[in-house]
Design a protein around this ligand. Structure first.
Ligand code: HEC
Length: 186
């Protein structure tokens, strides 16, 4: 078995679902829109108990006019800064070491994002060096919140969220509390 499929299976069993396999291979989500109340999200997105979803079934953000983030986007801000910031720079801005994920998400699909995070990636550079994205598929602090990290970076990528610490967030939905318990095994 290849390294990829082992990791994919590990990621799936970790999450206890087969959503990993069902992620559409389609590309980048629809564009940002402003809702009647002035908040920003992606076109066609709907609130499912505090979690905003695109018509393609991909998670997305909702940023109120005063800059208040939905719970998941805020959670993604925090998780990004504890798990990814060290290499990818603050707020997805990139570093000399690793790419700016706020730019990557302009073309990288949701499915491909999850795949790279879970399975990692090695790129061979001239002169025998390697550029390595570690495989994080067995790290629950990453994989339990990989959607949240995606949501935050998508909001950065679309320009719905600026740099710096968000001004505030919505209450944590009950569904998110249940999810935490389930993902970390109670
Ligand atoms: C130890 C350093 C390191 C950490 C920690 C790290 N990355 Fe990376 N990541 C890299 C490097 C280096 C690359 C570029 C790999 C290449 O050259 O193909 C990369 C590439 C990526 C890519 C592909 C970007 C593109 O433009 O194709 C994604 C997506 C990504 N990382 C997401 C994450 C996320 C999300 C986290 C945190 C959960 C994270 N990474 C943590 C080093 C890291």
């Amino acid at each position: 078995m290849t390294r990829f499929s082992q990791l994919a299976i590990a990621a799936m069993s970790l999450l206890g679902t087969v959503w990993f396999a069902s992620v559409p291979a389609s590309a980048v989500g629809p564009e940002m829109v402003t809702l009647p109340d002035g908040s920003k999200t992606q076109k066609g997105a709907k609130d499912e108990n505090g979690k905003w979803m695109t018509p393609d079934g991909e998670p997305t953000y909702r940023v109120k006019p005063d800059g208040i983030l939905d719970w998941y986007a805020y959670s993604g801000f925090r998780r990004y800064h504890s798990e990814c910031h060290v290499c990818h720079g603050p707020e997805g801005e990139g570093s000399t070491y690793a790419p700016a994920l706020k730019d990557s998400l302009k073309t990288l699909s949701y499915g491909d994002f999850i795949g790279v995070v879970a399975s990692g990636r090695v790129r061979h550079l001239p002169g025998g060096q390697e550029s390595v994205m570690p495989a994080l598929g067995d790290n629950k602090n990453v994989m339990c919140y990989v959607d949240d990290i995606y949501i935050y970076l998508k909001a950065r990528s679309d320009g719905a969220v600026g740099r710096g610490r968000p001004v505030g967030r919505d209450e944590k939905p009950e569904a998110a509390k249940e999810y935490d318990k389930a993902c970390f095994g109670g």
